[in-house]
Design a protein around this ligand. Sequence first.
Ligand SMILES: [Fe+2]
Ligand SMILES: [Fe+2]
Length: 249
Amino acid sequence: MIQAGTNHESHQRSSATEFLRELDTLAADSALAPALRSLLIASALHDDNTGRHTVRVGYIAEVLGRAMGLDTRLCGSLRVAAMMHDVGKLTVPDAILFKPGPLTDDEMAIIRLHPEHGARILGIGDDPLVRMAATVAVGHHERFDGKGYPYGVAGEDIPLVARITALADCYDALRTARCYRPAVEESAVIEWILRERARAFDPDVVDAFQRCVTQLADVHSTVDQHAVGLFDDLRHGTAGLVADGQRAA
Ligand SMILES: [Fe+2]
Ligand SMILES: [Fe+2]
């Protein structure tokens, strides 16, 4: 089984260098990993042109998983899988995805296809990491109360990795300025997430969120600092040349 995120002690490992090492480990462990890595880059850059949201959601999901007491290796895999949550948005036309105004019902219906499209893009083979990524992709807009999409499944019928990523995705999306609104204040985001306990979100994930909320704010800012350089390295194929913060000659 592919295992990412081993031998790490804290979220400080969120440096670009260590993430690149993990991707290289994945590439060594799985024949599918290079394709997964390419897909991750395409998805991340398409989403907000920098990959920042994608990277942050991965790290936030990992911190939440650890606050829930999940196995460290599982949390490392979750980090990579959560970064793929919106891969299905590659199938949404830019005119809809980046529309600054409100969406029509038809446009919203197209957006709402992205979880299933993501699962179809990723849903091949037996690779455990890819299977986890597909599970996250299809389930990250489901709600604990069953009012989410695409299937309206509820509670523990939604896989745990998707329930965790759902909160990570909303937290980061609200804390980030979008073309149609400014970033929401941290305190207002926390208040909203607590109100959504057992509604949008799994109560256990919300409880874990409360335990690690300070750490999440830190992840939000530190990963942001690293994201642009990270994806520049990936795009230019220099990932394997990066070691200890220095590029090899
Ligand atoms: Fe999404
Ligand atoms: Fe997202």
